[in-house]
Write a protein that binds this ligand. Structure first.
Ligand SMILES: [Zn+2]
Length: 236
């Protein structure tokens, strides 16, 4: 299917605006990156499933600022949704708030996490023509590691989308050493979905400067613009 000019232009614009803010405008201006081939041959529109990692009983990693990862993930995912909807992309969120409603049978934190993860898998797999982007933050035992990393599922198209996101995010973070990598087997959601899927570790909450930036609305918007712009350029 030929990519629509309007969506191509939207993706280029989104990336250009983001890139302009970080001084690499030339990289994107008028020359959108080559498309990643996630184009759907049935001509049915893709749906972007945004998964803010953790939430509810599971706060995820704790930032050096004391903020739970789940809150940062949700803020970035909501900004992704706002931008995606601006460009007419169908979106689904796996959660929209920090509180989750669990069934009575899930009485322990472990049971709640298991129930929630399986519910997310079901939602993704029940969404026709889904592309999953899961938003997380990284944490390390020492303070120096920083930068974003895109991790891909084994499903078709995931690696290409992750590589494109990684390449564009590296421009924002200035951390060009990281490359897109295959997700570990232990991440249940990413190993049980059947659509293209990328997990974006937006930054390290163990690195003081980056942890602070990850809580800034302007930086969250920048990350969201890169993620959604790359998605637009890849699948539309
Ligand atoms: Zn996480």
């Amino acid at each position: 299917m030929k990519k629509s000019f309007a969506l191509r232009a939207a993706a280029a614009f989104l990336l250009a605006v983001t890139a302009a803010g970080i001084g690499v405008y030339q990289a994107y201006d008028a020359h959108p990156r080559p498309a990643v081939n996630l184009t759907d041959t049935t001509r049915t529109a893709r749906t972007l499933v945004l998964d803010p990692g953790h939430g509810g009983a599971d706060g995820g990693a704790v930032s050096v600022t004391g903020t739970y990862e789940s809150k940062i993930n949700l803020a970035i995912a909501l900004r992704c949704r706002a931008l995606a909807e601006l460009y007419g992309i169908d979106t689904v969120m796996t959660r929209e708030s920090e509180t989750l409603d669990y069934p009575e049978s899930a009485s322990t934190i472990h049971a709640k996490k298991v129930w929630d993860t399986k519910a997310r898998v079901e939602l993704v797999n029940a969404t026709p023509n889904a592309v999953l982007i899961s938003i997380h933050q990284n944490k390390y035992t020492t303070a120096s590691p920083h930068g974003s990393q895109a991790l891909y599922a084994k499903t078709q198209g995931s690696r290409e989308l992750a590589q494109a996101i990684q390449s564009n995010l590296s421009q924002v973070t200035g951390e060009s050493k990281r490359t897109a990598a295959r997700i570990g087997e232990s991440i249940y959601l990413m190993n049980h979905i059947d659509c293209p899927a990328v997990l974006v570790e937006c930054g390290f909450v163990s690195n003081v400067p980056e942890a602070k930036m990850l809580e800034e609305p302007a930086y969250q918007l920048k990350l969201a613009a890169v993620i959604v712009g790359t998605y637009l350029n890849s699948v539309c």
